[in-house]
Design a protein around this ligand. Sequence first.
Ligand SMILES: Nc1ncnc2c1ncn2[C@@H]1O[C@H](COP(=O)(O)OP(=O)(O)OP(=O)(O)O)[C@@H](O)[C@H]1O
Ligand SMILES: Cc1ncc(COP(=O)(O)O)c(N)n1
Length: 271
Amino acid sequence: MSIPKALTVAGSDSGGGAGIQADIKTFQELGVFGMSAITAITVQNTLGVQGVYPLPAAAAAEQMDAVGTDLGVDAVKTGMLFSADIIEAVAGRIADFGWRNVVVDPVMVAKGGARLLQQDAVDALKNKLLPLAAVVTPNIPEAEVLAGMAIRSMEERCEAAYRIAAYGPAMVVIKGGHDESSDKAVDLTFDGESFSTLEGSRIDTRHTHGTGCTFSAAIAAELAKGNPVNEAVRTAREFIQAAIENSLGIGGGSGPTNHWAFRSQKEGAAR
Ligand SMILES: Nc1ncnc2c1ncn2[C@@H]1O[C@H](COP(=O)(O)OP(=O)(O)OP(=O)(O)O)[C@@H](O)[C@H]1O
Ligand SMILES: Cc1ncc(COP(=O)(O)O)c(N)n1
C-alpha cells in the first residue's frame, strides 16, 4: 500500500492552533503522513504573537532536501515564509524536485496584526512561488495585496481572482472569512475558466485562529491522496466548517479550531 505523504513549509505556532502544528494535525486527521520544513519559530498563544524568530533560508531548503530525497512528497503546502530569501529557496526546491501538488497559503499578517511576511517579500511570492502553485488560498486582505486592488464586493473578488490567476496558479481560492456582511462564509474559486463558490453557515465565534492554515493543509492532504483539485477544496471546506463549529474554547483569546471534529462527525455518521 502506498502511504500518502504531505510536506508543510511554514512557521511554528507554539500555541498549536496555526502554522506547522495545525497543518500536521490536519494531515493526520485526513489519513496523510505529515512532514515539515520549519521557516520560523513564533512565540504565540491565543492572545497573539509575542515573538518571531526566522530561520536562515538554507534551513528551510535543507529540510526540504532531507524529506524530498528520502521519504518523497505527494503534496506540499506553504504557509508563513517570512522573507524573500526564504521564498526564493523554497520555490527553488519545489521546482528542482518537480513537485506538482503545491498549495500556497500566502500568509502575510496574523489575526492579531503581527507581520508574518516582510513587506518586500510580496514580489517574490507573486513571481517565484505563485507560478508553481496548483492552488493559492488568499483571504480577502491578502488577495487585495496580491491583486493590487480593493475588494468590496463579489464582483471585485472575481476581478482579483482573475488578476491573481495571471501569476500562474491553476486554481485561486479567495476565502470569505473576513467578509462579515453575510450570514454565510463564502469562498470563491477560479480555475482560469470559471468561477464557483463554496458556502458554509457563518459561525459566530472568536475561535478562528489558524482557519486558513487548516483549510490549505486539508486541500494539500486531499491532493496527496490523489483526489482532483475541485474535490480537495470541497472536502477542505467541510473540514474547516466542522473544525470551527466544534471549537474547543481553550485559551484566553482567539482560540484554535477543533482538528478532530471532521473525523468524529464521519465516524458518528458511519455508526
Ligand atoms: N466564522 C466562520 N464561520 C464559518 N466559516 C468560516 C468562518 N471564518 C472563516 N471561515 C472559513 O474558514 C476558512 C479560512 O478563511 P479565512 O478567511 O478565515 O482565512 P484566513 O484569514 O487566512 O485564516 P487565518 O489567518 O486564521 O489562518 C474559509 O473556508 C472560510 O470560509
Ligand atoms: C506560524 C503561523 N502561521 C500562520 C498564522 C496565521 O494564522 P492567524 O491569522 O489565525 O493568526 C499564524 N498566526 N502563525
